[in-house]
Design a protein around this ligand. Structure first.
Ligand code: T6T
Length: 365
């Protein structure tokens, strides 16, 4: 309340100052634009819509509905992550919040409790009903989320895809993601080096139909194919559950005692893989793990030597750029259809380097 009164008083003072300055304008003509604007600012200061008032008083490009040129006006933007509580998406939210705040837009976050299109769809429908200006969404399935996202577009809402994408991403004004095929190749190289290019390796993935993790698997498969003495024994799916990933490791080790390397394609699969290897005791002690992502528990595992390398994405950048693209579109400006972000590889040795540490994921903003 105090803040509102302060703003209102500040605007009234600013308006009076503008009038006084216009009055003592020296060489300036008496009908100068500043003088003409001042009464409008004063009038607007008397209305209840303080956000709009502030925009009109401080931004010469402000329009009647409060939209503010290159800035974010009072746009309402909603971020719908693939799942709530995943530190990759929390970090993305932090980047999105920074960009929204810088532009004067509001950002709300609503997401499903599991990485599952049947749970994400009703969340999206409720968000559409609330009629935000823009939605940033990480679709949990390339096909199943196509029609629900089309509904948002049909309702006049600007859509930006962040992280994951769709079979037809052209419904969105922009799609921002890591180069996931390249990330999978980087994982293959890191693992190949750790095991000196020899032995049996496997992938623990999330579920088929997720663009990001499908592409990481593809990149990994392409990468291991370059090693003559690597035996790729295939991919199993964790359903994004660390306990399932741990069980997969136990069962695979029982059937394939030569297993020497594992690639976990996302935060939960990689974290669970490390737990599975730890649970295997001496039988698992030669196994090397390369994971995707860098949640706090994964960083702990790296520090403790349970995981040897992490391919770290830049979710803050994805969130930040997602909001920027949404605002460009809302302001009628050109957007970039596709934006690709890169990675860093974290190991026990470089974890403390500022160039690596700055990209480790956050559990709150
Ligand atoms: O790896 C990220 C994200 O890129 C992927 O699409 C789903 O899993 C994560 O959110 C990590 O859990």
């Amino acid at each position: 309340m105090r803040r509102t009164l302060g703003r209102r008083a500040g605007l009234a003072v600013a308006a009076v100052l503008l009038l006084v300055l216009a009055g003592c304008g020296g060489d300036e003509p008496a009908d100068d634009g500043a003088a003409a604007d001042a009464p409008a600012a004063t009038d607007a200061a008397a209305t209840d819509d303080m956000a709009q008032t502030e925009a009109a008083a401080t931004d010469p490009t402000a329009t009647d509905d409060g939209a503010t040129g290159a800035a974010g006006g009072d746009y309402d933007i909603v971020l719908i992550p693939g799942v709530i509580g995943d530190e990759f998406y929390v970090s993305m939210e932090c980047g999105a919040r920074e960009a929204a705040e810088a532009a004067g837009a509001t950002l709300d976050v609503q997401g499903p409790d599991a990485f599952d299109p049947t749970q994400q769809t009703p969340v999206l429908e409720a968000v559409i009903a609330s009629q935000p200006d823009a939605i940033l969404i990480a679709p949990t399935d390339t096909t199943a989320m196509q029609a629900p996202i089309q509904q948002a577009v049909d309702a006049g809402i600007t859509v930006v895809l962040v992280d994951t994408t769709l079979d037809d991403p052209s419904v969105a004004v922009s799609a921002i993601a890591s180069d996931n095929v390249e990330g999978g190749r980087m994982a293959a190289d890191a693992l190949g080096e750790l095991i000196e290019g020899e032995g049996s390796v496997m992938v623990i993935n999330v579920n088929p139909g997720i663009s990001t993790t499908d592409q990481r698997q593809q990149g990994f498969e392409e990468g291991v194919a370059a090693y003559d003495n690597l035996n790729y024994i295939g991919t199993e799916f964790s359903n994004n559950e660390p306990t399932r990933a741990a069980e997969i490791v136990g069962a695979t080790l029982a059937a394939e005692p030569d297993l020497i390397g594992i690639f976990g394609t996302n935060l939960f699969s990689a974290e669970g893989a490390a737990t599975g290897v730890r649970n295997a005791g001496p039988e698992g002690e030669d196994i090397r793990i390369v994971g995707f992502d860098a949640g706090p528990a994964q960083v702990d595992q790296l520090q403790q030597g349970q995981v040897q390398a992490l391919i770290v994405q830049k979710p803050l950048d994805i969130g930040r750029q997602g909001v920027e693209q949404a605002i460009l579109a809302l302001n009628g400006e050109e957007t970039e259809a596709e934006i690709t972000t890169d990675f860093v590889t974290a190991t026990q040795d470089n974890l403390e380097d500022p160039d690596i540490a700055e990209f480790l994921y956050r559990s709150s903003c």
